[in-house]
Design a binder for this molecule. Structure first.
Ligand code: FAD
Length: 400
């Protein structure tokens, strides 16, 4: 009888096809085709280098098996198989002991890899059910550019753009908080077609204007970046290849009692624009339930600064943090969170509070520390609160 192993698998329903895990794996154990991203059991040495960079937690899936699922089989999956029964008659006791030992070993490695904010998350209980992976690398959707507008001031040091993509008659349903892939044309240094890059949708599910079959993105031009320059240079009428939609956890609750604390930097504001517009359209009277902590270098480099200032504070309480305004101390989102401790502390203990963090990977640590300080000041334990919120689909981090 072959030995039991705990096989590392990726959940194709949660995976957003950002290919970060594939880039991070030092063993070359992660591969993809037009449909899925998968782990090759024979090459995976459980180093866990792929675990914490995964924005969705789709990477953190395991099955105890005697014969690992082959790569070819995984590449065709639409969903993960359930844990198979391993019933082995007389040897069941030995199997149970072996399974327990495997569980403990992997749990210890994962606990180390998950230190900090990242990790498995769940969708809020009241979130709408998302559609995922309708269009793939092999069969993308062609969208048409309807608009490309600069969001940052002409003299700002960053070029962030609001891009509107028309979907024609295609069915490409997206929920607020989901992302889409854009395939830049051309090939990479190895002559292979470029992989898609991920962009959060910044419009609500029914379009930029109600009932228009389009969506918007908020894209920052990266120096020498392949896809961001391609997108930022797009002209009205240009055709673009889309994959997705992706993401099944960073979604908003459809519950009017829910209170949202949203923390972002730069283009991390994209999903929060979508959340805000969704609430404005469906729950215009839901006052006092959305807080936004938004960081940028200057007001001119903060995407949607003008439109945001027009949203009443009673509907969306805005806390801007600027780190490069002449004559003023450098302020970051975590400073604004700490300043607002009197408002935030009671929300941490409130079962209807949802926390969302989106933007630069570097912001995660500072934001975590701020929540930990606020909790401590109120006699609470942040890690217990955070883990409980994650379990109930109320704590979400998407950083890149
Ligand atoms: P790449 O060509 O992939 O280059 C990567 C980096 O290397 C860039 O920073 C680039 O400046 C640098 N680089 C490239 N070539 C060179 C070189 N020769 N010398 C020095 N440096 C170089 N981005 C957004 O703008 N908006 C979003 O809403 C958004 N949402 C995202 C959501 C998710 C879930 C994820 C995972 C990512 C998201 N991103 C978003 C990031 C986005 O997917 C891309 O990573 C980003 O646009 C950069 O892609 P690129 O092709 O332009 O850069």
């Amino acid at each position: 009888m072959s030995e039991l192993i705990k096989q590392h698998l990726i959940d194709p329903e949660l995976c957003i096809r950002c290919y970060t895990c594939e880039e991070m794996c030092p063993e070359g154990a992660i591969a993809h085709n037009d449909l899925n991203v998968v782990v090759e059991a024979a090459k995976c040495n459980y180093c866990m280098a792929c675990i914490s960079p995964c924005p969705t937690g789709s990477i953190d899936n395991w099955r105890v098996v005697r014969a690992p699922y082959p790569v070819a089989e995984q590449l065709a999956w639409a969903e993960l198989p359930a844990q198979a029964e391993l019933g082995n008659g007389a040897a069941q006791g030995a199997d149970d002991t072996a399974i327990e030992a495997l569980d403990d070993a992997i749990a210890a490695l994962l606990a180390e890899a998950h230190k900090g904010a990242g990790g498995r998350s769940k969708a809020p209980a009241s979130a709408s059910k998302p559609s995922v992976n309708l269009f793939t690398l092999g069969a993308p959707l062609e969208a048409t550019v309807q608009g490309n507008y600069r969001l940052t001031a002409p003299d700002a040091d960053s070029d962030v753009r609001h891009i509107i993509l028309g979907l024609g008659g295609a069915r490409f349903p997206v929920l607020e908080g989901q992302s889409i892939g854009i395939i830049p044309p051309g090939t990479d240094a190895n002559g292979k077609p470029h992989l898609p890059r991920l962009y959060s949708v910044s419009s609500p599910r029914d379009g930029e204007r109600p009932n228009t079959n389009n969506l918007s993105l908020t894209v920052k031009r990266e120096p020498q970046g392949v896809c961001s320059n391609y997108i930022c240079d797009l002209k009205k009428g240009d055709k673009v290849q889309l994959t997705g939609p992706f993401g099944a956890t960073f979604l908003m609750p459809e519950d009017r009692q829910a209170k949202l604390i949203m923390v972002c930097t730069g283009t991390g504001s994209a999903p929060f624009r979508a959340f805000t517009m969704r609430r404005q359209r469906t729950m215009p009277g839901a006052n006092g339930s959305m807080l936004l902590f938004f960081g940028a270098r200057t007001p001119g480099s903060l995407p949607y600064f003008g439109p945001l200032t027009k949203v009443p504070d009673s509907f969306l309480a805005k806390h801007f943090a600027f780190s490069r305004v002449g004559g003023q101390p450098k302020t970051y989102v975590q400073d604004r969170l700490r300043e607002a401790h009197a408002v935030i502390a009671p929300l941490l203990n409130d079962g209807s509070t949802h926390i969302y963090v989106c933007g630069l990977k570097q912001m995660e640590g500072g934001v975590e520390n701020a929540f930990a300080d606020i909790a401590r000041g109120a006699g609470l334990n942040w890690e217990t609160i955070r883990d409980g919120m994650r379990e109930t689909g109320r704590y979400h981090v998407e950083t890149y």
